[in-house]
Design a protein around this ligand. Sequence first.
Ligand SMILES: Cc1ncc(COP(=O)(O)O)c(C=O)c1O
Length: 580
Amino acid sequence: MADTESNGAGGDGAGGEFPADLLVELDRSRPRGLRAQLERGLRQAIARGSLPPGTALPPSRVLAAELDVSRSLVVGAYEQLVIEGYLEARQGSGTRVRAHGVGGDWTDGGPGQGSAPVGQGRTGRDGGLRRSGLPDPSLFPRSEWLRHYRDVLREVPDDRLLYPAARGEPELRAALAAYLGRVRGVRTTPEQIVICGGFSQAVMLLSRALGQRGVTRIAVEDPCFSLHRRIIRSAGLEPVPVPVDDQGLQTARLATLDVGAVLLAPAHSYPSGVVLSADRRVQVLEWARTAGALVIEDDYDAELRYDRLPVGALQGLDPDHVIYGGTVSKVLSPVLRLGWIVAPPRLADDFLRAKFLEDFATEGLGQLTLARFIDSGALARHLRRVRPIYRARRDALLAALRTHLPAVRPSGEAAGLHLLLRLPAGLDPAMVSAVAAEHGIQLEEAARYWADRETAPPALLIGYGMQRESALVRGIEALGEDLLQAARLHGRVLSRGRLISLIPEPWPELGSHDPLVVHPGRLGGGEPGDRRPHDLRFQQVPQPGRDLGGHHACAGRAAGQQHVHGDRRVAQVGGHDPGQ
Ligand SMILES: Cc1ncc(COP(=O)(O)O)c(C=O)c1O
């Protein structure tokens, strides 16, 4: 933990960046711990923008004195929020609100499409911390990267400090050709590789290159990474969604569609996490050969495997019909904006032309650094270090889900940095996500990844890459508790105090401005295996000005509006909702 005492803010309420009037209310009568309340108050202030990025927090001793709590409580809360990515702590400059939210929510609206600035989610609710699938930036191999970067700068001749090669620096293309052949079974020479600004740029440039060859439609997975659909459309082509089932993209449909290419992630489809089955791998290649079409392989997180041997790249089976694409965004960091394609020679040249017209070339020093990083074995070492860390986070998350949210069905756990969580029918993803945010768990509504949101099942995405095990377990446990209480209010099926399922119809719209008193009827947990609906009766108690109807009742509970004491009665606790 950095020295929080060095913050010049807030100590005497003067001259600091921390707003002197910021309300962080601690309700000592509430059962949830004071530290959790402080964490929640700070999260909400950051999400609402009352604590903008870069704001220095008061030294822990000062805030502790102001709130009349122990200093260790404040230190603990700061540390937790650093882990969660809301705050950053640097030796000598104290603890601050993270300067940039982790990623922006650009997957849908995108910049200039009505989305919030980077670092602020469109709703402002989660501070823009869309984490599904991001690597942990605190695991970035800073010193090793720096060492190679320094070596590059020291050794690179002056004449290479001009425009980099449009195709990409030869050292990196040579390093990648060897590495991809070894690790992913890709068949290539350095000449067939073109370096670009992440795989997303590859999708843009490929769409343009294919468009110039007369391709007007590209098949995409449904669901898929929605940004790719938008990129294809913005290049003037039509993305044609093809459903993904438990064996991957339904390849048999391709022959019925008039498409010139298909974009898919065979090793780990996003966001479902499905691996393309062996039969379909063969089928998609047969289709490409017969139709004279191309397969664009998105191999975005191939090296992050946990339970099984990696599936080799499709490209290795048919290099003439597959354009292979990769990125460092998952294995290292998206901050580098480094990706590549491996393409049949003529297409590589078309791609190169599009790349040159787009931005001349990708930044060169990072390329040279990555080349050394790969050749020296540092990338392999980095992967050996982070894989067990991510696997432990995934295991903790899966165990917590099994224990506290057994009605939720996770998928895609064999690889990557995220899980897709299918919810029981009737449970509103937006509501669950809002409740989870109160407990420091970022859940992203998955519907955006379906071509037609209306056809999306109720599902959420959770990225576990950036959360420590303890935070994941605590957050899922608290979410489970809140949903359990909500189920006791509005749902019925309970067993031994755990949520087994929720009612299959939408949550009852109680349509009242009044709080509820629950007469528990036979509520009480039931016997093991007892899944009969419990008989709950609701009674409205007039109290004007309060909206606890439907979803809000649960979200409000999480925000401290109401509290359920055991199974017996609902009591009003806490005076106001700080989120309002
Ligand atoms: C399915 C998929 N492909 C590729 C990428 C990587 O894109 P880029 O290399 O542009 O960061 C992502 C990033 O989230 C992704 O989800």
